[in-house]
Write a protein that binds this ligand. Sequence first.
Ligand code: AVJ
Length: 346
Amino acid sequence: AADAGGLPPVLREAIRGLATPQLFPGFGAERHRSLPSVLLYDDAGLAHFDRITFLPEYYLTGCEIEILQARMQELVAGIPDNSDVIELGCGSLRKTRIILDALDRQRSGIVYYAIDVMPAPLHQSLAELSAQFRNVSFVALCGTYDEVIPRLGGSARQKTVLWLGSSIGGFHAEEAAGFLSGIVRRLLAPDDAVIVGMDRQKDPRVIMDAYHDAQGVTELFELNILAHLNSAVSSYLGKQQQQTILDPGQFAYVGHYDEEVGRHNAFLEARRDVTVRWPRAIAAQVREACGSDADIVIRRGERIYIETSYKFSDSAPEVLAQRTGLVLAAKWADPRDYYMLCAFRK
Ligand code: AVJ
């Protein structure tokens, strides 16, 4: 039998998601083909996303920075000398720098752990950042949370975990609570803190604009998931020659805000009938992942589900606290009430 092992988990998930439409929370009995949203974040995807955070329509980042600046004293007050600050998914470090600046001026002995799956933003910034601060040392940890969290546990120092950018919005409610409970259990001691950025429910037009910017950057960002899939398969096969699983030119980005649930959903819609032919070199792995390596036909108009961005109600932080066994200590909003930063304590 052919060796069917070794497919990276994210590719396995991508292949299964494409081959077999699945049920998802909030879509009723409708099944969707899908791709794992982590595939959005290769170097190109991160560069697109960084551009998104500067777009006038994408208010989330600006609001979060506004809140951080307005509430920095309260934030710093909760972070004692000689404690650890751990940022989950630090991205481009734009916000990190604001927090580090304040900590450096007011605290000593802070260790700031920046965790991200992508090495690029981390290592570019590491040298640059660590040279700038006297009272904060900066440690970059590259990897998935499962890989990295075991390397953080065990210290007796007080911890503050930062989970910013409404990253929590990418998880369905049960997953978000499960993920956070895992952090609480594996990483936190009583009195340790978690700060979570949550985008709020608001006028649907404001949210739709945030995900349909005039310059089309969001569309580039979403379509790039296909280029990344193609290059991930290529590099798995160790070939110089680029494999094409799905051609980005055959898809269009479509996003919808579901006001009832409070979430934006992003899809790629086939512009014409599209056939996926698995490269022979991965046929065995495809069979192992989904039972068959038959061609897939994605009909014109069919939508591949890419990502969800939940928008949160007033009561969401309290519900999250209950589900994770945390105590909601503070809820900070921007003047327009578009966004909130929530501080929880164990
Ligand atoms: C990084 C997941 C918070 O959902 O708003 C931005 C990703 N997608 N524009 C979000 C995203 C399209 C973003 N998160």
